[in-house]
Design a binder for this molecule. Structure first.
Ligand SMILES: Cc1cc2nc3c(=O)[nH]c(=O)nc-3n(C[C@H](O)[C@H](O)[C@H](O)COP(=O)(O)O)c2cc1C
Length: 183
């Protein structure tokens, strides 16, 4: 039996009407026929603390690491907060980066998207995520997707033209994943 391919989606916003959550949901729909999708709740991930880590990963962290380890694809959808990565997401990535040089992102194809109401599509947060994720996996998809100028959702989803840009980018990431050597 062929095992289903796994994809974990990390969203850097907890807001109910989050643009990035809506885009993540749209990605999940688009990939549903090719991947089993997990969208873990990052609100329950505790602040990273090396003393806690030394005592053993809390169950939510262990579950998160297991989901990521099991995933061929990890997709990140994140706003930009003050020209940077939201603390919620950075905290999650910090847990996933451990143990040092043996983190769960190693070998995962990672793709990065940011949806913003502003005109720059979260270019700073995407750039910083490239830097951070670049030291945590060799299979980073270097072409990030910025979706700018999304001021509101339509029927709880991102506008049609943004959806179509997202679908195209997702297909490219999946193709990259097929071509990139599996580690
Ligand atoms: C604390 C905070 C800082 C923000 N900083 C930026 C920023 O640096 N650049 C930007 O384009 N938007 C910034 N924004 C606006 C966000 O892009 C906007 O609120 C966006 O809708 C958040 O993403 P979400 O809809 O997925 O929650 C900021 C918003 C907050 C709450």
């Amino acid at each position: 039996m062929v095992e289903a391919r796994q994809c974990t989606i990390l969203v850097g916003s907890l807001r109910k009407n989050s643009l990035n959550r809506a885009a993540a949901d749209c990605a999940a729909d688009h990939l549903a026929d090719r991947f089993t999708i997990r969208q873990p709740d990052l609100a329950v991930v505790p602040p990273f603390n090396q003393d806690v880590e030394d005592a053993g990963d809390p169950p939510v962290v262990a579950d998160l690491k297991a989901a990521v380890l099991d995933s061929e694809l990890v997709l990140i959808f994140s706003p930009e907060y003050n020209y940077g990565i939201p603390g919620l997401l950075k905290n999650t990535i910090d847990w996933l980066s451990r143990p040092f040089r043996a983190g769960s992102l190693i070998g995962r194809v990672v793709g990065i998207t940011s949806v913003t109401p502003g005109p720059r599509g979260g270019e700073n947060t995407r750039e910083q995520l490239l830097q951070t994720c670049g030291v945590l996996t060799e299979r980073l998809y270097q072409v990030t997707l910025g979706i700018p100028n999304v001021t509101q959702l339509e029927n709880n989803t991102i506008p049609e033209e943004s959806r179509s840009a997202l679908h195209n980018w997702l297909d490219e990431v999946v193709e990259f994943s097929r071509q990139a050597p599996t580690l």
